[in-house]
Design a protein around this ligand. Structure first.
Ligand code: IMP
Length: 206
């Protein structure tokens, strides 16, 4: 496959690192945005938000743009934090947490608090990825099922990784090596699917 150049429509460091790590070995040239773009995530679904971000980055920078919208879906919380994963701590629903020492820590604190005494720990990570260029779009989705731990474990990864244990593993997502996470993660699955959709179209990309 000819090397396809993609702009990653995110400035989330955790996501950026993983997207580059997953796509570079598949033959993509992954470019980071020259500056951050504020895109209001007004969609009610991961897919809508991924589409909004990919389109906004394409319109600003003129390169085929790849956006990831993802989050943690917890059964006992009726699907929350879901599309609100990155700012769950600040939502009125479930009670606010102050973003100390980081927003990620506050999000984790809130989930652990809401899940205290809850026996149903089932949850999944979901990722929707969209590639947008000209007036065209491709999308793919990936999921990773697992459960919410009662306390944090591990230092790797980002976001909710320390409190999520993928099904069939005896370690949290934050205890997995990066390659182990990529193999089973929602993002790894979605991006590999997207890559297989891009391949036959690669000669038609700018
Ligand atoms: P987005 O930028 O609106 O897509 O926010 C995604 C949020 O979901 C992140 O800020 C994290 O809190 C969470 N998230 C998504 N993917 C992962 C992951 O792979 N590990 C841990 N948390 C994740």
């Amino acid at each position: 496959m000819e090397k396809v150049k993609l702009l990653v429509a995110t400035t989330n460091k955790g996501k950026l690192k993983e997207i580059v790590r997953i796509l570079a070995p598949l033959g993509f040239e992954v470019v980071k945005p020259p500056h951050k773009l504020e895109v209001e995530e007004t969609g009610e679904t991961f897919l809508e938000n991924a589409y909004l971000k990919a389109k906004a980055y394409y319109e600003e920078f003129g390169l085929p743009s790849l956006a990831d919208d993802s989050g943690l879906v917890i059964e006992a919380l009726g699907g929350y934090p879901g599309v609100y994963s990155s700012r769950f701590y600040s939502l009125e629903i479930g009670g606010r947490e102050s973003p100390e020492p980081t927003e990620s820590e506050a999000n984790i604190r809130k989930v652990l608090r809401l899940m205290e005494g809850e026996e149903n720990r089932r949850a999944k990570f979901v990722a929707f990825v969209v590639l947008y260029w000209e007036d065209k779009g491709l999308m793919a989705q990936g999921e990773c099922e697992g459960e919410i731990l009662k306390e944090k474990r591990g230092e790797k990864g980002f976001g909710y990784d320390p409190i999520f244990k993928p099904s069939g593993m005896d370690r949290s997502m934050a205890e997995l090596e990066p390659e182990e996470k990529d193999k089973l993660s929602h993002r790894g699955r979605a991006l590999r699917r997207l890559a297989s959709l891009i391949e036959p179209l690669s000669s038609r990309l700018p």
